[in-house]
Design a protein around this ligand. Structure first.
Ligand code: SF4
Length: 89
């Protein structure tokens, strides 16, 4: 298990929802048709575009797949040290 910082840029998100299709436990659309970030299907605290989520490798791989599916690359993923994992720099 490791913790990942998952961030959606709402200015880039166009509500295409492919992230929601691939990883609905991590991404859902809000009333503004923007993807927000969940923690295994729950929303501890406020509904937010940015959240630290603890994941297994398999969960992380699926979340990255969801990020890769985003047509506008609106999803950013960082490791615990703050290194950007996706999109790759
Ligand atoms: S795939 Fe990208 S554009 Fe579509 S809802 Fe998710 S973050 Fe937004």
């Amino acid at each position: 298990m490791a913790t990942y910082r998952i961030k959606v840029d709402p200015d880039l998100c166009i509500g295409a929802a492919s992230c929601v299709t691939i990883d609905p436990a991590t991404f859902q659309l809000n009333d503004e048709n923007k993807a927000y970030v969940l923690d295994h299907g729950t929303e501890p605290g406020e509904r937010t575009y940015e959240r630290d989520v603890e994941m297994t490798d398999a969960e992380k791989d699926n979340m990255i797949l969801a990020a890769q599916s985003c047509p506008t690359l609106a999803i950013f993923v960082y490791d615990e040290a703050g290194t950007q994992l996706f999109p790759e720099l």
